[in-house]
Design a protein around this ligand. Structure first.
Ligand SMILES: Cc1cc2nc3c(=O)[nH]c(=O)nc-3n(C[C@H](O)[C@H](O)[C@H](O)COP(=O)(O)OP(=O)(O)OC[C@H]3O[C@@H](n4cnc5c(N)ncnc54)[C@H](O)[C@@H]3O)c2cc1C
Length: 441
């Protein structure tokens, strides 16, 4: 089997590794002339980490990243601490995998190196302009055609593959929020000579300030040598682009009445990227023929529970697993002439991609809705409801041990604790029982 993956983001690379580990030939087509990821941090929650362990790269990620020891929520105006949630061993104990923080470029590099080691072929500077579901086949800018048995559209939020599968019927939904993202050197903060800032820099933890319409996330990457800051606020984009260079003065102004410690940190940011945050309506389909979508191409999300990339790598790993299981069945049955025809294989690929869509839609949709709910909780206006939230946050946790509200850890267990690959193997067996003939004798 040969799989063509459009896009070498985190989702596309996870899919490439998963397919290659199943003995499938993989070609990745990426429009950028070279490998690149945004200069920012990323959290790898346990469900994403579990996939990385399955793909054999978790220990490398652990070397380059760090285990989150705690997550703290603070008030926006005076920096008063609302709750410090213990993560560290509690998370590993409950979910079997720690919660990591890492530089995106390092995460991307680990996946890329593993894909290359396994024999994935990359074509850089290859922009996919058209996809033919019959075949299937992709057409690159310049006219080159690349064909295979499966095409995976892992081409992110502005997906060309999605536009081709669904036509103009689907357009992005603006969430009304934007993110400023910056990574900067620790020395810049230490030069402030501020005890509170220095203490924050020494933590291997995530600190978040919550305020009306806005919140922020701060954590160290690269052994604390660099610090990652994300500021989330109402949108000021006046054009359709997803990303542009941010204005530092506009950014500082937006947080002028926020906690002094945060303002000092913001004052050190040398330059910043600005990202428009969009969702999609629930898509009528993720796959057509032997072409399917994954990650931000079909379920972009507000980054308010650190799940976008985790869901994309889950998608990718699941596609690899299902196609691998299918290929293994055909290898077993190949001596049977009635099953070895191309048509039989191709029909079953189409059906397995539909199974993938069926397995993933509910989970990813719940994740997108969870982030929308977090936005409401994080961005509350001052008043009675916010005081109730603050009271509940004081008792909330991600694990059973740290959560006295029950609700919070119950919700987290569904997202962080679920083994999607085990589930997919079981569902493949159910599918195979009705779709694949069993050899008699
Ligand atoms: C501020 C912010 C913070 C976030 N924090 C987290 C976090 O902590 N944890 C988490 O799990 N998620 C987080 N996310 C979400 C996460 O970044 C995304 O969900 C994830 O990167 C999506 O990966 P992807 O592979 O689907 O798409 P992308 O990373 O967008 O990759 C798509 C690739 O396809 C290529 N491409 C596009 N069009 C074509 C074409 N026509 N031909 C060829 N190639 C093409 C692009 O160049 C790109 O390389 C955050 C997002 C934001 C905005």
């Amino acid at each position: 089997m040969k799989v063509i993956i459009v896009g070498a983001g985190l989702g596309g690379l996870a899919c490439a590794i998963a397919c290659c580990r199943e003995g499938i030939d993989v070609v990745v087509l990426e429009k950028s002339p070279e490998a690149q990821e945004a200069g920012a941090g990323i959290q790898i929650p346990p469900n994403g980490g579990r996939i990385m362990r399955e793909l054999g790269v978790f220990s490398k990620l652990l070397e380059k990243g760090a285990k989150v020891q705690e997550v703290e929520f603070r008030r926006y105006d005076d920096g008063h601490s609302l709750r410090i949630m213990p993560f560290g061993d509690d998370i590993t104990h409950e979910f079997g995998v720690p919660w990591l923080i890492i530089h995106r470029a390092d995460y991307h590099q680990v996946l890329l190196e593993e894909a290359i080691r396994l024999g994935v072929k990359f074509q850089w500077g290859a922009t996919v302009e058209n996809v033919l579901t019959d075949g299937p086949e992709v057409i690159l800018a310049g006219g080159e055609r690349v064909s295979g048995d499966v095409v995976i559209g892992a081409d992110g939020i502005g997906s060309t593959v999605r536009n081709i599968l669904l036509g103009d019927t689907v357009s992005l939904i603006e969430t009304g929020d934007l993110a400023y993202r910056a990574v900067f050197k620790r020395e810049q903060l230490e030069a402030l000579n501020d005890d509170k800032v220095t203490e924050l820099c020494q933590r291997v933890g995530v600190t978040s300030w919550l305020g009306p319409d806005k919140h922020t996330i701060f954590y160290p990457v690269r052994d604390g040598e660099e610090l990652n800051l994300v500021l989330l606020r109402p949108d000021t984009f006046n054009q359709a682009s997803h990303r542009e260079k941010g204005d530092i003065y506009e950014m500082r102004e937006s947080y002028a009445d926020w906690d002094e410690t945060l303002r000092k940190i913001i004052s050190c940011v040398p330059s910043v990227d600005k990202w428009k945050l969009s969702n999609l309506p629930e898509l009528p389909l993720w796959s057509k023929g032997a072409v399917a979508l994954l990650g931000d191409a079909c379920h972009p999300t507000l980054p308010y529970q650190a799940q976008g990339a985790a869901m994309a790598v889950e998608d990718g790993a699941l596609i690899g697993k299902l196609l691998g299981l299918l290929q293994a069945r055909f290898t077993k049955l190949e001596k049977d002439p009635s099953l070895s025809t191309n048509e039989s294989t191709q029909n079953n690929i189409v059906s397995v991609l539909e199974l993938y869509e069926h397995i993933r839609k509910k989970r990813t949709s719940r994740s997108v809705q969870g982030a929308i709910m977090n936005r409401k909780l994080f961005h509350m206006q001052d008043g009675l409801l916010r005081r109730i939230r603050d009271f509940l946050v004081r008792y909330a946790g991600v694990t059973r041990k740290s959560d006295w509200t029950w609700l919070s850890s119950f919700r987290q267990r569904q997202t962080l604790g679920h083994d999607v690959l085990e589930e997919s193997t079981k569902l493949f067996e159910v599918w195979a029982a009705t779709h694949l003939p069993v050899k008699s004798g």
